[in-house]
Ligand binder design. Structure first.
Ligand code: GLN
Length: 491
């Protein structure tokens, strides 16, 4: 019999509905794995709350009132606020913080009335306030990559990707501002999707850069991502001013559409200098697979790809400097014990509570927004952001989806880039363009590159074309087995 932790979300949901296994049994199994874990993936567990949720799911299954994913365990990136677990955003600033409410995404996936019925196992480690690409900016502990524990799991949703790859949980949530779902998914050999900006509510998702932040699922298969994404999306107009009035879709319904004639755009800028040869080989092989499935590869250009780095690293810090002003020791966050007056209290609280990278971004953000520099940096960045979106619309005139690498390399070694922020920023080059344009993007396991580490293929779609991306990824997964491979240490 297949071990419970080897089952997908889809298989677990079916077995639970058929009463082959109970939510309590499934949850106990996964909880034991999470409790035994030493990868640093979890920031908090709460077995009592988790088992109570499992019981509730069992009651719903028995009564026939269960949501579509009732009883399937998962865990949330510690950026989503939860009443039952502390929420830290990976920062000392929020150590011990308890939210008085649950994020919309947490409600939609959970066992609450009207939710999908998933059982929350806990909160997953991440880079502080989602700023980073390796999870090493977590104020608590780094996370190791289950494929090689000397390497990073990617970031900022590194706890999510490591936990899913190590089969501690079948699925997790992540957030993606400039690649934080796609890049860790790629580094850990799992599947993840960031929907169109505005599809999933940002209510209760601790803000980093509000015009870019999006929630999305991370799981082993595209089908599992489709099931979760269907539950996560939908309008939340009263609570999130950028939520789109677009009804939730059943993304799992159309997963077997033929790829015959699908035009896949290949941006030449994604295949230039700096792309590791092992990554390139894996991506090329996945593209060949798509051709076998009937797709046509179309050369395209996204000429401003390189500019996405300076543009993003102006706009995201600018928004962060404003969003993080609420952490002042009064409204929210750590308060210093050592102060003489109000101003020194603010200053010391923030100096003690924030880590180095967060401070760097707040300072950059305040600088680019300041009088005299606003026009030269922030305004220019906004103009180029628009041009980057326009480039995509040009490209979508000749192709249906765009494909390329998620990142220029495989997961790097822990500590390799910790003292070089610019080296970290440069590694975001292929994920930032879709983020700046607000387009849906995903990472699909496409094989293995340098040092046998996983490589993700990135698929980018036009607005609201998540179903098309998920279908393409699903078809690829029917033809390949990369998503089924397990890291050596996992049993
Ligand atoms: N690596 C990028 C950053 O540090 C993206 C992070 C994210 O998507 N949250 O900003």
């Amino acid at each position: 019999m297949t071990a419970l932790h080897d089952l997908t979300v889809a298989a677990l949901a079916a077995d639970l509905r058929a009463k082959k296994v109970s939510a309590t049994e499934v949850t106990q199994h996964f909880l034991a794995r999470c409790q035994a874990d030493n990868s640093g993936a979890f920031l908090s567990l709460n077995p009592e709350v988790t088992m109570a949720q499992a019981k509730q799911a069992d009651a719903q299954l028995a009564a026939g009132t269960a949501g579509a994913l009732a009883g399937v365990p998962m865990a949330h990136k510690d950026i989503f606020v939860t009443t039952d677990f502390p929420t830290t955003a990976g920062s000392k600033m929020l150590e011990g913080y308890r939210s008085p409410f649950d994020a919309t995404v947490v409600c939609k996936l959970g066992v609450q009335l009207g939710g999908a019925g998933m059982v929350n196992l806990g909160k997953l480690n991440c880079d502080e306030f989602a700023m980073g690409s390796s999870n090493e900016n977590s104020a608590y502990k780094p996370v190791t990559n289950p494929w090689n524990t000397l390497r990073v799991p990617g970031g900022s949703s590194g706890g999510s990707s490591a936990a899913v790859a190590a089969r501690l949980i079948p699925a997790a949530t992540g957030t993606d501002t400039g690649g934080s779902i796609r890049q860790p998914a790629s580094f850990c050999g799992i599947t993840g999707i960031k929907p169109t900006y505005g599809r999933a509510s940002r209510y209760g998702m601790i803000a980093y850069a509000s015009s870019l932040d999006q929630a999305g699922p991370m799981a082993r298969t595209a089908e599992d991502c489709a099931l979760m994404l269907s539950a996560m999306c939908g309008p939340d107009l009263d609570r999130d001013s950028t939520s789109l009035d677009v009804p939730a879709e059943n993304f799992a319904r159309d997963l077997n559409v033929s790829l015959d004639g699908l035009r896949i755009g290949i941006p030449k800028e994604f295949f230039g200098e700096g792309l590791a040869s092992g990554v390139r080989a894996a991506v090329d092989a996945a593209l060949k697979e798509f051709e076998k499935l009937g797709a046509k590869l179309v050369p395209i250009s996204l000429p401003r790809t390189e500019l996405s780095i300076p543009v993003y690293y102006i706009i995201a810090p600018a928004e962060a400097s404003s969003n993080l002003s609420r952490f002042d020791g009064v409204k929210f966050g750590h308060r210093t014990k050592d102060y003489t007056d109000l101003v020194s209290m603010y200053k010391r609280s923030r100096a003690e509570g924030f880590g180095e990278e967060v401070k760097r971004r707040i300072m950059t953000g305040a600088y680019v927004l300041s009088h005299g520099y606003y026009d030269a940096y922030y305004l220019q960045a906004q103009k180029i952001r628009r041009m980057i979106s326009d480039d995509f619309q040009q490209a979508f005139k000749v192709c249906d989806v765009i494909a390329g690498p998620v990142a220029p390399t495989v997961a790097w070694k822990l500590g390799e880039k910790t003292h070089d922020p610019v080296a970290n920023y440069l590694a975001d080059i292929f994920t930032l363009p879709a983020s700046l344009a607000g387009l849906p993007g995903m990472s699909v396991p496409a094989g293995f590159g340098e040092e046998g580490m996983p490589v993700g293929l990135q698929l980018i779609g036009n607005y609201f074309k998540e179903a098309q991306l998920l279908n393409a990824a699903h078809r690829l997964q029917q033809a390949t087995d990369y998503h089924l491979r397990q890291p050596g240490g996992v049993q």
